[in-house]
Each structure stands twice: as structure tokens, then as C-alpha cells.
Design a binder for this molecule. Structure first.
Ligand code: G3I
Length: 530
């Protein structure tokens, strides 16, 4: 076997010392893949730096293609030499990893602020640190408890070095915020494909589609966002862009720009798409609908809205939340029939839910149709009322394929963090009706949790593991969608400015919540592999 370079040996050392959940055993194959992708990472950054300087796109494309071809060949050789077969089956293919890395490099280089010359200098400087970033990121991803300090040292020493010896073209300008983090994000993508898979790949092996709610303008403005979407996400939901207000602000007037941007992100991923949401009587419903004067007027709006909106992306949306939160909200006074007192309920009667489902089926027979609700993950009167509603819909012949459990854990109800078995039993209860079930808006608020920040984050990590594990144990549970990825963009921040509800922190660092999800998916993947 070819003599292994010091870097490769060091990687092996890190792989073995950081025992724990190493996804891909540090076989010679995995080690060679890490070495190859580290070289490719450096080469791609140098090519991008040159392109930033001279703008010669054909030369850049030629050199990128050459680098990716070398990477793909090296991976094929490593896999052929790997007798176990584990190497090929448990990591991305060389061409996929290479193209993901090259896209990530281009995104990173384009997103760095500052003058072109300074950016070119920064990108070139980062190139020489690929190996170290990949090594420390790989160790961290394998076992954060053991490698967190090494990773932190790597980040700070690189940041210090860039500050101390800035590229000549940056003289005087501060090193842009996020430059070093972006390199470690790249390293996460690289090492992720070579040996450590992210939530996207692990979810695939566990049979669970991991999704995230996004706002397209936030993705466009944050260089780390696309990289995390590539590595940890396989499904997208428009957090707001597909709601009635944003797409259909006036009768007969549609604005699909933001929603189309989400669909374009999904096409680029590629990602599955969840449509959210056609009918929601509570929020972002325009005044002209709220103030409909008659049943006919409202029904006219509804027919047009469902047909036009679904028709916009016919066949591209895998699942639609046709009706969101049909139950009376937990913070509202109870209603006579437990349903939300909204304009649809008042003018069309409780049958509006079934009516919307029929309209959606007619508009896109291939989409899976869901009703989406909060606070029904735990047993009790609210879950019972929702269960009765679902049974009524099914017995009336409404085309209902699945139910969405929003899973705003710790918020609805406040301060309650259910055990995995409790959530599993709830999912099974609805799955036993022949329905698909998905967790559609997962976040775990800490706003009502006392204790030190580290202890609360560790607690949160365990709860994320509980919730995802529950889904992995119910065959009909096909997906877990996070209601955001980074704390920075969580909707909960508008109510609790210091909340930290999601798997990535404000600087896109993976939190215990991320590793809790990984642990649940990795365990399920192993169970599935038998
Ligand atoms: O886009 C407008 C902007 O033009 C305007 O200047 C601004 C002024 O307030 O409002 C902006 O719209 C806001 C929108 O988020 C986009 O930021 C709305 O006011 C605000 O109400 C809306 O909040 C969203 C909320 O649903 C209501 O639609 C949250 O971001 C979103 O996370 C939340 O998500 C819901 C799910 O759809 C259903 N389940 C519960 C979940 C949490 O409430």
C-alpha cells in the first residue's frame, strides 16, 4: 500500500483517538479520501483565488474540472481497494463530493466582502489551511467532547494568523467577519462527504428526510447558509413565502417571487419541497379574505387560491400543508367544537377543511396532502380532538394522506419536554389510521428552562435526540423538518431575544442539539443496516 503521508497518519490518529461515533471507520480508504479531499479543497481555493484576480472563467472551469476528475479517480481507487465495501456504501461518491465542495468554495469566495484583490488574497490564504481545518473539523465531528478544544485552537490560530499577516491587498482592512468560520464550514462539507456524513446523508440512511424552513433572502445573504443546506438538509419548507398573504395579497393578484426563490433553492439542492400552507385562518391572511362578506365570496377566493398556488409548481411540491392549525389555538378561549374560530369556519362551516383537501387533490393529484397542527405530540384533550378531526376527515372520504406534528417543543405546552416514548406513541396513534406522519416545525425553546447555558444546551441536545429517535422508530414517520437551522433566524427570537432553539448557534457552530439529532439518526441507520 502507498506510504501514507504525515497528514494522513495524523488523520488516522485523530480518527482513532477521537473514538466514539466515527461514521466511516478510519480505514485506509477513508483516510485516503480525507487526504484527497483536503488536497482538492486547497486546489479549488487556489483556483478560485486566481479566478477572482483574473476573471478568466474558462481557465477556472478547466482547472476545477481537472481537480474534480483527479478527486473522483482517487476515490474510485480507494473504494476498489477497500475490501469491506463500507467505504463506498457509506460516503458520497467522489464526483458528488467534489461538485459539492467546488460549489461551496465558489459560494464562499463570492460571499466574502471587501475588495476583489483582498478577497483573492484571503481565499488563497485559506487554501493553505484546508488540511488543518479538515483535520480538526473531522475530529470535532467525530467526537465533539474530545476535539472541541483542538478545533477552537485551530479556528483562533488561523484567525490570529490572518490578522497578523493579512494578504497584502487587504492591508489596513479588517479581516471580514466569518472568513475563518467559512473555511471550517468548507471543511465540514469536505470531511462530511469523505468520512462524516451530515444530517442529510445520515437521514437518508435512517429513512428520514431531514428538512428546514427557510426565508430565501436570509439564505442569499449568509455564506454559511447554503453550505449547511447542502450538508444537513434534504427538504425545504418556505417559512412564510408560500402563505396566502405573501402569494395572494389582493383578489386575483399573485406574487410568487419569494416562493419561486425557495423552489429554486430546492431545485439546486436538490431538496424535497413541503408546501406551507394553503389555508391558515389565523396569520398572514389578507384583509380581503378575513372580511369576505358571504360564503360564495369566500369560496371563490378559496377555489382560486388553491388552484393557482398549487398550479404554480404542479408536481414539484411533495407534500402540502393544506390546512394549518385547524384547532382553536392553545392561547385562545376554547370554542364550542374545538376548531379555530376563523373566517373559513364561520362562512364555510367545519367542512372547509375537507373542502380544501378535495380542491388540493384536484389541483395536484400527486402531492401528499397534510393537515398540520401544534401541541398534539403529547397525549391529552388537544390530541384527542385532533385525532377525532382526522378520523372524521378520513371517514368522510377527504383525501388526507398525512398529519404534520409541528413539534415546537417546550412552548406548546409551555415547559414540557416529552420523552421519546411519549412522542413515539402519539405518532403511532395517527400512523395506525394509515396516515404518514412528519415532524414539520421542530425547535426546542430554552426560554422556559432554568440553569446555566451549557447545561441547558446539553439538555436541549438530549431532547432533540428524543424527538428524532421517536420518528425513527415509527415506519410511517418519513421526515423531520426543523423550523430554521441557526438560532440567529428563529421566529422565537421575536418573542424571546436570547432563545437558542435550533441545532446551529448564531455563528453556525453545531450545538449539542445537532449532535443529538446525529446520534438518533446514526443509531437508526445502524438498526436499518441490520
Ligand atoms: O414580510 C413582512 C414585512 O414586509 C413587514 O415589514 C413586516 C412588518 O411586521 O412583517 C413581515 O411579515 C412577517 C413574516 O413573519 C415575515 O417575517 C409577519 O409580520 C410575521 O407575522 C411572520 O411571522 C411568521 C409566523 O409564522 C406568522 O406567519 C414567522 O416568521 C413564522 O416562523 C411562523 O411560522 C408558523 C408556521 O407558519 C405555522 N406554525 C407555527 C409557526 C410559528 O408561529
Amino acid at each position: 500500500m502507498k506510504r501514507l503521508s504525515p497528514f494522513v497518519l495524523l488523520t488516522v490518529a485523530f480518527a482513532f483517538t477521537a473514538a466514539g461515533a466515527t461514521d466511516l471507520p478510519a480505514t485506509a480508504c477513508g483516510v485516503r479520501k480525507v487526504a484527497t479531499i483536503a488536497s482538492a479543497c486547497g486546489e479549488l481555493l487556489r483556483v478560485e483565488a486566481r479566478y477572482l484576480s483574473d476573471g478568466d472563467a474558462p481557465r477556472r472551469d478547466t482547472r476545477v474540472a481537472r481537480t474534480l476528475a483527479r478527486l473522483d479517480t482517487a476515490w474510485d481507487k480507494a473504494e476498489v481497494a477497500d475490501a469491506s465495501g463500507m467505504c463506498a456504501s457509506r460516503s458520497a461518491a467522489g464526483d458528488v463530493a467534489g461538485s459539492r465542495l467546488s460549489e461551496a468554495v465558489a459560494t464562499t469566495a463570492a460571499a466574502l466582502p471587501g475588495s476583489v484583490a483582498c478577497r483573492a488574497g484571503l481565499v488563497s490564504a485559506l487554501a493553505s489551511h484546508c488540511r488543518r481545518a479538515i483535520r480538526s473539523e473531522g475530529a470535532f465531528l467525530r467526537d465533539r467532547d474530545r476535539a472541541a478544544s483542538e478545533r477552537a485552537r485551530a479556528v483562533s490560530s488561523l484567525r490570529d494568523r490572518l490578522e497578523a499577516e493579512p494578504p497584502a491587498a487587504c492591508a489596513g482592512a479588517p479581516i471580514p467577519e466569518g472568513t475563518v468560520d467559512a473555511l471550517f464550514r468548507l471543511a465540514g462539507i469536505a470531511i462530511g462527504d469523505a468520512t462524516i456524513r451530515g444530517l442529510r446523508a445520515l437521514g437518508h440512511e435512517a429513512g428520514i428526510v431531514i428538512g428546514a424552513a427557510v426565508e430565501p433572502h436570509e439564505v442569499a445573504a449568509d455564506p454559511s447558509y447554503p453550505l449547511v443546506l447542502a450538508h444537513d438538509v434534504a427538504s425545504l419548507t418556505a417559512e412564510n413565502a408560500m402563505k396566502w398573504g405573501p402569494v395572494h395579497p389582493q383578489p386575483g393578484a399573485y406574487d410568487f417571487a419569494a416562493a419561486d426563490a425557495v423552489v429554486a433553492l430546492a431545485d439546486a439542492g436538490p431538496h424535497r419541497l413541503r408546501g406551507h400552507t394553503l389555508v391558515w385562518g389565523a396569520l398572514q391572511l389578507p384583509a380581503y379574505v378575513q372580511s369576505a362578506a358571504s360564503t360564495d365570496e369566500l369560496r371563490g377566493y378559496l377555489l382560486d387560491h388553491v388552484a393557482t398556488t398549487i398550479g404554480r409548481w404542479g408536481g414539484r411540491i411533495a407534500q402540502w400543508d393544506v390546512v394549518n392549525e385547524p384547532l382553536a389555538a392553545v392561547h385562545e378561549p376554547p370554542t364550542s367544537d374545538g376548531l379555530d374560530d376563523n373566517v373559513f369556519r364561520r362562512l364555510l362551516g367545519p367542512g372547509y377543511i375537507a373542502e380544501a383537501l378535495h380542491l388540493a387533490r384536484a389541483a395536484d393529484p400527486g402531492a401528499r396532502l397534510y393537515v398540520n397542527e401544534n401541541g398534539v405530540e403529547i397525549p391529552g384533550p388537544r390530541q384527542d380532538r385532533f385525532f377525532a378531526l382526522v378520523q372524521e376527515l378520513l371517514s368522510s372520504g377527504a383525501p388526507l394522506d398525512g398529519v404534520g406534528f409541528q413539534s415546537h417543543v417546550g412552548l406548546i405546552p409551555i415547559g414540557l419536554y416529552p420523552e421519546s416514548a411519549t412522542i413515539e406513541a402519539s405518532l403511532r396513534r395517527f400512523a395506525d389510521l394509515g396516515l404518514e406522519v412528519e415532524l414539520t416545525e421542530l425547535d426546542v425553546t430554552l426560554a422556559f428552562r432554568a440553569g446555566t447555558v451549557p447545561s441547558r444546551l446539553e439538555f436541549q441536545g438530549e431532547e432533540y435526540r428524543n424527538v428524532v429517535e421517536a420518528c425513527t422508530r415509527v415506519p410511517a414517520c418519513t421526515g423531520v423538518t426543523l423550523w430554521g437551522l441557526s438560532d440567529r433566524y428563529s421566529w422565537l427570537r421575536s418573542f424571546f431575544p436570547n432563545d437558542r432553539p435550533l441545532p446551529f448557534d448564531d455563528a453556525w457552530q453545531r450545538k449539542p442539539a445537532y449532535f443529538g439529532m446525529r446520534a438518533a439518526l446514526a443509531a437508526a441507520a445502524l438498526r436499518k443496516a441490520g
